[in-house]
Write a protein that binds this ligand. Structure first.
Ligand code: DC
Length: 217
């Protein structure tokens, strides 16, 4: 069974996807982390981000695997580095390169394997797993997502600056020529602006159990 979850940055989808995978004993695949690993590799090797051919060949030769659920790039556990500021600054630009997306999509499909997986990102429900057994689009207003990030206290930016940054990321995500963030017509749409993580989880989990009963998974 494949469960696909898409949504904008900060909607809580990674938290929910990880909880659902754990609850069901499924493999968890975060496609955004793979885009981040490709970006980290380009930075490490000093590839010019404007040179698309070089970025693509750098991604093609990347070795990505998982150890205890943690992403390893060329043999190193890079989970922490994936969320560093240099990667943050470049990943949106590189993830807009269509051949790089093909490479990442292949890795996501292999990581999900032939069995049971929860896959999350921006185009899992639309491009990578259009045949997924359960699809969710997890949304939240830019204001709600900015407040959550602000309250985590990890950023030194003002609430206004965080909100602007989120709006900018949304517009990049939604306007990509390939793999843009879209709501699949058959996805369950959930707006988490006024819900707790537990409430969102209960809704998603309940829906999956319902689908399993009706589809015999
Ligand atoms: O979810 P995230 O913030 O870790 O994603 C990192 C970047 O990768 C972000 O700019 C959106 C992009 N991305 C994408 O284009 N397609 C996906 N399936 C997942 C992420």
């Amino acid at each position: 069974m494949i469960i696909a979850i898409d949504g904008p940055a900060g909607s809580g989808k990674s938290t929910i996807a990880r909880m659902v995978a754990k609850g069901l004993g499924f493999t968890y695949v975060n496609s955004g982390s793979i885009y981040r690993a490709m970006t980290l590799r380009a930075i490490r090797l000093g590839v010019d981000p404007r040179d698309e051919a070089a970025v693509i060949s750098c991604s093609r030769s990347a070795a990505i695997d998982y150890r205890d659920g943690r992403l390893c790039l060329d043999g190193d556990d890079v989970e922490e580095e994936l969320r560093s500021a240099p990667v943050d600054a470049l990943v949106a630009q590189l993830s807009a390169i269509p051949p790089l997306r093909d490479i990442v999509n292949g890795i996501v499909r292999r990581a999900a394997g032939a069995t049971d997986a929860v896959v999350e990102g921006r185009d899992m429900t639309t491009v990578v797993f259009p045949e997924a057994d359960a699809k969710f689009y997890l949304d939240a207003s830019a204001g709600a997502r900015a407040s959550r990030r602000f309250e985590q206290g990890a950023s030194e930016s003002s609430l206004e600056a965080i909100t602007r940054n989120i709006e900018m990321r949304d517009s990049i995500d939604k306007s990509k020529s390939v793999g843009a963030l879209k709501i699949a017509p058959d996805a369950v749409y959930l707006d988490s602006s006024h819900l707790t993580i537990q409430q969102v989880y209960d809704k998603v989990y309940g829906k999956i159990l319902h689908l399993r009963e009706h589809h015999g998974h």
